[in-house]
Design a protein around this ligand. Structure first.
Ligand SMILES: [Zn+2]
Length: 568
């Protein structure tokens, strides 16, 4: 080449090459390809042209242009590749520089099968006029050629199809914009509502075209979206996503008509691009869809790339930390309550070794260290003022619990207050005995039928309670002990046909019980905003790993029903 036209602002390289061809004086089109690329084996591509290194080599000497300059400033690469991982972006750049033929957009994952790219070159009638006034000729703008962009952001009017096909024939011709192919036959108008959305998309697309944000892994964007999904109540910390609510609000936000126009419809049925995007999934989808979701979630385009969005608290960062913290707090309480290591280990269902280690780790000064340290050398702990204060406090707490739960027995109450009970049992057992509430067994002249009927009601109530709180296995023994009639109930079952039949219908096998515990644990973790992992489930449910294995299929089923993804 002994000349090369200066690319205009926002001009497609394709368009600049078309202007070259017009001025080259070559009679046969194919000679233009030889001038430009040194070969005939080339294709005139609009979005992502190839053989750019060859083009630079054939430029007039001392050219200031580089392949990268064209790629970023005069092709659709910055838009189409905005959301792909760095490695793939490099590969595409390599193909644009040295590859032959056309780039397959689907194969390189820039668009999916569900997107149909624009068929015709598009133009803005106002830009067309202005370009002629300013440069003496019209040209193809790259920002007008994006599939999913319908308006000129500068003039805020609709873009029109030219008569020039983007993918026609052997694609060995470059054809510029002209009065012949840029004709407005019929004015297009859309409602203000649609216009507003179209304008926003045009502006967002332009931000991508005019910036080099740097490429990111899919995980980056997923995390960005997730933060906002949680913030806006569409997801929970534990990865649960309210797909139905998300879809509904998304459709309400954009409207079906607009979503159809940008080839990204969302239906209520399961699946679809929106569900895929917010799930754990590393596929890249069409740029327009990222922009739609970002807009919906109020994430400015630049922030999506440049600002790492995060939660205010880092609760989700490490649930194990949160659990550990609770456990530590509990240990501190217990250690200060005067219980021995053995007793604390029992309460926390842990080993004495673990308790000792943790006490060292936390630097707790437990009561027994004081004692050993000489503070109570001449006095018994139970003679100290501290002890009396503590005893007062604990007695008061015990009585308060009984006032708060008038229907519960002490047995039931101590289950949730094991530290308190253990302390009183150790240091104040006489008082505890006097203030221990037992649900009384009715023994008198026996009307078994009446008793059966009465008992049935009580049993139903107890079972209902057992199903509501933290799961306890439903067996004859547990029901009996709840009612304070554990031995008696089993022994007399033959005399209680109604009660027996009912209990037999609800008693659980170990496996059933474990599954119920898992279901409960899921809800519990959800309530606490903790992540649902097998570890957390086992921990919260109190199901041992070997049992988790036995019921693993059922666990999977339960999780699937609740909309969690597997494997966790
Ligand atoms: Zn315009």
């Amino acid at each position: 080449m002994n000349f090369f036209p200066t690319p205009y602002p926002d001009e497609l390289l394709y368009s600049t090459l078309a202007r070259y061809c017009m001025r080259s004086g070559n009679i046969r089109e194919i000679h233009n390809f030889e001038d430009l690329f040194g070969t005939r084996d080339c294709i005139a591509a609009m979005e992502l042209p190839t053989q750019l290194d060859a083009l630079i080599r054939n430029m007039p000497v001392n050219t200031k242009y580089t392949a990268e300059y064209f790629i970023y400033k005069h092709t659709l690469f910055p838009f189409l590749a905005a959301f792909i991982p760095p490695k793939r972006a490099d590969k595409i750049i390599q193909t644009m520089r040295n590859g032959e033929g056309a780039v397959s957009y689907i194969r390189i994952g820039l668009i999916s099968n569900s997107i149909t790219l624009n068929k015709y070159f598009r133009f803005c009638p106002e830009c067309f006029k202005e370009d002629i006034e300013r440069f003496g000729e019209p040209y193809w703008h790259r920002s007008h050629q994006i599939t999913g962009v319908f308006v000129c952001s500068k003039h805020k009017i609709h873009l029109y199809n030219s008569t020039e096909l983007i993918r026609a024939g052997n694609r060995q011709r470059y054809i510029g914009a002209s009065h012949e192919n840029c004709i407005v036959e019929k004015e297009i108008s859309y409602s203000n509502d649609l216009m507003e959305k179209m304008l926003w998309m045009a502006e967002a697309a332009e931000i991508l075209l005019n910036n080099q944000f740097g490429f990111k892994e899919p995980e980056w964007f997923r995390s960005q979206f997730r933060v906002k999904l949680v913030e806006k109540g569409y997801a929970r910390m534990n990865n649960y996503i309210h797909q139905k609510k998300l879809k509904q609000d998304f459709v309400d936000f954009y409207g079906h008509e607009y979503l159809q126009l940008v080839q990204s419809p969302v239906s209520k049925n399961s699946g679809g691009w929106l569900s895929d995007m917010v799930r754990k999934n590393n596929r890249t989808t069409y740029t327009v869809r990222y922009l739609l979701l970002a807009r919906f979630l109020d994430i400015p385009v630049a922030d999506l790339f440049n600002t790492k969005l995060g939660f205010n608290n880092d609760e989700d960062e490490n649930n194990i930390d949160a659990y550990q913290e609770l456990w530590d707090q509990r240990l501190i309480e217990l250690a200060q309550s005067g219980l021995s290591i053995r007793e604390i280990a029992d309460v926390l269902k842990s080993s004495t070794k673990t308790i000792r280690k943790s006490i060292d780790r936390l630097g707790i000064e437990p009561f027994w260290k004081f004692n050993g340290g000489g503070k109570y050398l001449r006095k018994k702990y139970t003679d100290t003022k501290e002890f009396k204060i503590k005893r007062e406090k604990f007695r008061k707490k015990w009585l308060q619990l009984h006032t708060r739960y008038p229907d519960k027995s002490s047995n039931q109450i101590r289950r949730k207050n094991d530290g308190l009970y253990a302390w009183l049992k150790k240091y104040d057992s006489e008082w505890l005995e006097q203030n221990y509430r037992r649900i009384k067994t009715v023994v008198s002249t026996v009307d078994w039928a009446k008793r059966d009927a009465e008992l049935l009601l009580k049993v139903k109530k107890v079972i209902k309670e057992m199903k509501e709180g933290k799961p306890e296995r439903i067996t004859w023994t547990t029901i009996g002990s709840k009612l304070g009639i554990s031995g008696w109930l089993s022994k007399k079952r033959e005399k209680l046909p109604l009660t027996r039949e009912y209990i037999d219908s609800v008693v659980e096998s170990m496996e059933e019980f474990h599954i119920r515990k898992i279901k409960w644990a899921i809800e519990e973790l959800e309530r606490q905003g903790k992540e649902i992992t097998l570890w957390n489930l086992a921990e919260t449910a109190g199901v041992k790993p070997k049992y988790m294995k036995i019921i693993s299929k059922e666990i999977q089923k339960v999780l699937e029903e609740k909309g969690y993804e597997l494997p966790l």
